[in-house]
Design a protein around this ligand. Structure first.
Ligand code: NI
Length: 138
């Protein structure tokens, strides 16, 4: 049986700040660069959610892509879009750094209980053209 990987792409934009309170300003700016900007800044994020499974013999789908999109929007991107990731989102623990890496794990945890009939394989979150993080549930 052929196992196929299906990816749905969703977009959102959000503000954040990467900052460690116990560090000096100099340390924060040196480590986090522009992401430490005190008055916040935004990113245009692209989220890739990949599921895997055997295509249904009749329909030919691993997962209905429209339904997958709806799940992603309801449990993830509607909550993140136009938000402040440090302050506004119920599934981001207070004090957790909203890095691409941490966000990929949190998004996985949000999606996992909603994926039925196939397996959640990868959450890839792209923060800029040159940076993305992937989480495979390990
Ligand atoms: Ni940033």
């Amino acid at each position: 049986m052929a196992i196929v990987y299906l990816t749905r792409v969703e977009k959102f934009n959000a503000a954040h700040k990467l900052w460690i309170n116990s560090w000096t300003d100099e340390e924060n700016f040196s480590y986090f660069g522009k992401c430490a900007n005190k008055n916040w800044h935004g990113h245009n994020y692209t989220l890739y959610v990949t599921v895997k499974g055997i295509p249904d013999p009749l329909i030919g789908f691993v997962h209905d892509a429209k339904k997958l999109s709806k799940i992603i929007q309801e449990v993830v991107t509607d909550k993140l879009d136009h938000s402040n990731l440090n302050m506004d989102v119920d599934f981001i623990p207070e004090g957790m750094m909203p890095t691409t890496e941490n966000m990929a794990v949190l998004i996985w945890e949000q999606l996992k209980p909603h994926i039925k009939g196939c397996i959640l394989h990868c959450v890839r979150l792209q923060e800029t053209d040159t940076i993305y993080a992937e989480y495979y549930g390990e």
